[in-house]
Design a protein around this ligand. Sequence first.
Ligand code: DGL
Length: 261
Amino acid sequence: MIGIFDSGIGGLTVAREVMRALPDCPVCYLGDTARTPYGNKSPETVTRFALQDTEFLLDQGARVIVVACNSASSTAVDTLRKTFDVPLFEVITPAVETAVSLPRVKNIGVIGTRATVKSGIYERMIKERDEQKRVFQKECPLLVPLVEEGWLDKPETRMIVKKYLLPLKVRQVDALILGCTHYPLLRGIIQQKIGKRVKVIDSSQALAQALAAFLEQNPALKRDLSRDVPSLIHVTDVTEQFQTIAQRILRKNVTLTHVSL
Ligand code: DGL
């Protein structure tokens, strides 16, 4: 099984791409809905939660871990790699590599939660690859609750997105990284407000491709992952809201399993 965790619902956008790229590999998803959001918590707390999430997935039989949460990817991955001897994928690297590989992109915008923006990880990783790039970041704390309320196309959401993106628009960014699991659900509005010429980057497809390529090179592991067990979605708190949004993201009926960590 491929173990995927997020602070809650947003990581299902990553799970959806992994399921598309690797239809024969069952996914074991954990959404830590009881403790979401991670994005406004301290790095120490996010790391503690991420350790527990990973341990849970490994106990369920996961052989590969995907950290689908940007906030956890930006603060906890080093500790996870030191603690667990298992292939581990995060969502920052694929977005950074996509952004730096684009032609004619000099100014890169990054939007994310407070935890992600404060960590400075996107800027660091982009500059490590190309120090000529200029990086402009903006934390957008109101977008996660708006998505969780299902306010995906409300005038208020459009207005808030516009306000958040204004400083990046003024800087004339050429590419914009969606540095939070929830933002792909607002992609249409974000593209509209930042402008058509800006390349909007969502890491989930690139991550799924990187994972698929890794498994092609590790056929024994891939065979092991492809065992005939159903994909499962675990949550630490069951809510109607999660069920509705999960079905919207995965475009199918989902059954949630409640777990305590
Ligand atoms: N999953 C989080 C992220 O990608 C967003 C929600 C949260 O703050 O927990 O940063």
